[in-house]
Design a protein around this ligand. Structure first.
Ligand code: HEC
Length: 114
């Protein structure tokens, strides 16, 4: 009887673990990094304004250092709704997709690696 109880508790614990962010680590999912995962997303969605090479004159996000420093503000702005003050990408009428926003969030969670 005691064994069954322990098994039940362990199964419950496994379920909880599988549903929280620890699951990625347990599953051996590699952490996101700027160069491999975020840079292309930014260059696609925040261009040309934040990409000096394309004529952008807003704060450059084509480099790791600026994105790392501003990541909280970046996430705050892309999670606003179109039309709200500060919404990014500027003047677009739709938000980035949930999966794209999730890349920014996961990168921060993973430790904002280069
Ligand atoms: C069409 C041009 C345009 C695009 C595309 C654009 N931005 Fe911006 N961005 C601006 C302008 C203009 C400002 C300054 C006005 C303001 O702060 O709202 C700005 C300011 C910002 C700031 C504040 C920077 C600071 O100096 O404090 C952040 C953060 C930001 N943008 C993030 C983003 C992100 C992330 C994307 C892509 C998902 C993006 N922007 C796409 C034009 C753009």
């Amino acid at each position: 009887m005691k064994k069954i109880f322990i098994l039940t508790v362990m199964a419950g614990l496994a379920l909880v673990l599988a549903n929280c962010s620890g699951a990625r680590k347990l599953a051996g999912v590699p952490k996101l990094n700027y160069t491999g995962n975020l840079q292309s997303v930014i260059s696609e969605n925040c261009s040309p304004c934040h990409i000096p090479a394309r004529g952008g004159n807003k704060k450059p996000y084509d480099n790791y250092a600026n994105v790392k420093t501003d990541i909280d503000e970046i996430i705050r702005r892309i999670e606003l709704n179109p039309g709200e003050k500060g919404f990014m990408p500027f003047r677009k009428t739709t938000k980035l997709s949930d999966s794209t926003i999730a890349i920014f969030r996961q990168w921060r969670t993973d430790g904002a690696l280069e």
